[in-house]
Design a protein around this ligand. Structure first.
Ligand SMILES: Cc1ncc(COP(=O)(O)O)c(C=O)c1O
Length: 367
């Protein structure tokens, strides 16, 4: 028995007819970057997010750095991000020329802890950038109140949170600008790289679009030095097909998460903590174990693939050695990095497979 961490092929197979038709349509259209397919997807995604604008981009990292550049954030500025999570959030800040300032997460939710943000604000702080890690929304009202009190922008990294809701409202329409990745393994994933921002600020949307198009809003007129970061028509057409299934596929993830929650109670593992205002979409199902590496090895022997999100906190990566943050600087992030383990979850994991995962986890925890 081998239970894959995520079966991306099954997702494509389920939608094969629709995806093939979309691909054929784009191939025949003669229009491959931008154009009608991209506009149609942008309109659909903005609407799903409750935002008035969506700008398709090349990937999620560009979404982050172009959002910050468009907000005028650059060298000398600071942006507050969580000390745990994926390094791309920090890289986005760095690519804009600004400095990431790390703040510890709430150890229960793994998301940026609003109670710790104010202590990190300096005269250089320009924005707060929470990630909705593992598909669970961060506490946006609390973070927005701090941002407003200090005249800061609120940008959210929504790369893992397609379809998740905060106090009943969709992520993607609540921050000044939300940044998306459509990397294949995301809850809404393309067949290659893709990204976007959503916002209800038309000027900001225009600026981000221009920055992703060489800094040009009018052909061959360049107001600033932009980059080439555009969503291509093939990916947009595929994403539009997959968007129709997003809610249903998120429901399947929810059913698996609910099952794991019951089946793994009493194992001694720390299970995900979901505040009552959060409707996560379970991009990942992350447990914590004091003996994580042994648990992962036992599960591998039992044929259950697991992954670690993420084994090295950003401040301990060589890429950020210049921040000068040694071991012990962010104990919560470090403790999480040494204890988290992601179990298989996805719309195509069957309940039977989920039961096998749970059995293997229970056995490993007993032995
Ligand atoms: C939280 C987070 N932020 C940013 C990114 C970067 O997105 P991309 O891979 O599309 O550049 C990812 C995913 O890869 C992510 O998980």
């Amino acid at each position: 028995m081998t239970i894959p961490f995520l079966d991306l092929g099954a997702a494509t197979r389920e939608l094969e007819a629709g995806i093939s038709a979309a691909v054929e349509r784009v191939v025949a259209s003669g229009w491959y970057v931008g154009g009608r397919e991209v506009e149609a997807f942008e309109t659909a995604w903005a609407s799903h997010c409750g935002a008035s604008h969506c700008v398709g981009l090349g990937n999620g990292l560009d979404a982050l750095h172009l959002a910050m550049r468009a907000l005028g954030i650059g060298p000398g500025d600071e942006v507050i991000v969580a000390s745990n999570g994926f390094i791309a959030t920090l890289l986005g800040v760095s690519m804009a020329g600004a400095t990431p300032v790390l703040v510890e997460p709430d150890p229960a939710t793994h998301n940026l802890d609003p109670a710790r943000i104010e202590a990190a604000i300096t005269p250089r702080t320009r924005a707060i950038l929470p990630t909705h890690l593992y598909g669970q929304p961060a506490d946006l009202d609390a973070i927005r109140a701090i941002a407003d009190a200090h005249g800061l922008k609120l940008i959210d990294d929504a790369a893992q949170a397609h379809g998740s809701r905060y106090k009943g409202k969709p992520i993607g329409g609540l921050a000044d600008v939300s940044c998306w990745s459509f990397y294949p393994s995301k809850n809404l994933g393309a067949l290659g790289d893709g990204g976007a921002v959503t916002t209800s600020d038309p000027d900001l949307a225009r600026r981000i679009r221009a920055l992703g198009n060489y800094g040009s809003a009018v052909r061959y007129v360049n107001d600033e030095r932009g980059v080439n970061s555009r969503l291509d028509a093939l990916q947009a057409a595929v994403l539009a097909v997959k968007l129709e299934r997003l809610d249903e596929w998120n429901d399947r993830r929810r059913a698996i998460a609910a099952f794991y929650g019951e089946a793994l109670a009493g194992t001694g593992l720390i299970l995900p903590d979901v505040p009552d205002w959060a409707e996560p979409v379970w991009h990942l199902y992350v447990v914590q174990s004091t003996d994580r590496d042994r648990l992962a090895a036992r599960l591998a022997e039992a044929g259950v693939q697991t992954l670690i999100h993420y084994p090295i906190p950003p401040h301990r990566q060589k890429a950020y050695a210049d921040l000068g943050l040694g071991a012990g600087s962010f104990p919560i992030a470090e403790q999480l990095a040494s204890s988290v383990l992601s179990l298989p979850i996805g719309p195509h994991l069957s309940m039977r497979e989920a039961e096998q995962v749970a059995d293997a986890v229970r056995t490993a925890c007993r032995g």
